[in-house]
Design a protein around this ligand. Sequence first.
Ligand code: ADP
Ligand code: MG
Length: 413
Amino acid sequence: MKFDDYHINEDIKYNLEKLGFKKPTDIQYKSIPPILRGEDVLAIAQTGTGKTAAFAIPIIHLIHEKKSSKRTDYVKCVVLAPTHELALQITEVFEKIANKTRVKIACIFGGVDQQPQIDTLYKGVDIVIATPGRMFDLQSQGVLDLSKIDILVLDEADHMLDLGFIRDIQDMIHFLPKIRQTLFFSATINENIKKLAYSLVKNAIRIQISPKDPVSRNIQHAVVFIESDDKRFFLERIINEHPESKILIFVRTKVRAERVAKAMERVDIKSLTMHSDKDHEERTKVMNAFKKGTTKILIATDINARGIDIPNVDYVVNYDLPEEPENYVHRVGRTGRGDKKGQAISFCSSEEKPVLKVIETFLHNPIHVIEIDREDRAATIDFAKDNVVKEDLNALLREVEELELKKKKKRKK
Ligand code: ADP
Ligand code: MG
């Protein structure tokens, strides 16, 4: 089946062709028809399998068909996502697919001036793609009216229904029309969240693709046992051995992100960091540099584990194991997207072994272990230590030079 064979608006088909999408991915093939029929859908499919377009295509078609002109009088669809980066990325996909149709789209998120967002809403939009906080703000100020929406989408649904957001989402549902279409999309879901999801929908169609192994088959992933103090030497080695590769490194906390970046800087490796202490502008700058590839090394916390579609990430390194087992799937899922292949490697220290067990239980599979023989281990650490020594030596030489200079000046006097 090709997109050409679908009963969807011709402009949408043209836009898909321009995006290089010829035929639907599995999740698109399975989700588009029920969404077009107005059904509720709970869709679980691996990372990088095109879930965004799986809901964007039918939603844009339905709204386009419903409108007789470009005039927009009310918000018909809300898509919620956990981070600004993801909201912006989804907006970009919607805009490309909706190009030249009657559908108007806006993206709203916190951490920036709200006035431009209010101005956009007043002009009239059909679809709002938002992070929850700012959406509730604007709704409580009476700027955003959700009382007529036809479709609610939760992307990264399990996360959106998890602790931090669930109260907000439940509150929000009171403001929505009782008869509406609700769509949940995610790569992971657990039993509790599944129950919660079902309580919010009517007879949802459940679509699950490759439920047994949540890690995409495009990703080769393995674990290597390395003690905490040695991790930086192994990271240095991986980076130096793959100078052309785009590498995304995940760490446990923002402090560690900065610390690892500093350690890399000391051995002349340039990197960027990404975490919640950075403001919107900085985060956008970092993402753009990494997307373009002007900086090939990005050290991030779990804030960017979900949903982000960065082209050509060759390697994901879990410098620390994630505390939430599902984040393992999301982190490694930043590589091997679409039809690309990717590799992921996790560093596991002795203290992290219990966390590894929890992750493996979540995956229903053990993670392949890469053995490093003693010599190799010693060489990696020694090699890196040599550099440290060299650096110390350089500093010492500089000091000696400066001293000599001072002495010379004194003598001249
Ligand atoms: P997911 O949300 O499942 O992790 P995304 O929606 O971010 O995945 O899509 C992953 C990548 O696949 C994107 O780069 C997107 O452009 C590409 N893609 C999506 N659908 C198709 C398609 N039908 N044909 C080719 N590439 C596609
Ligand atoms: Mg996604």
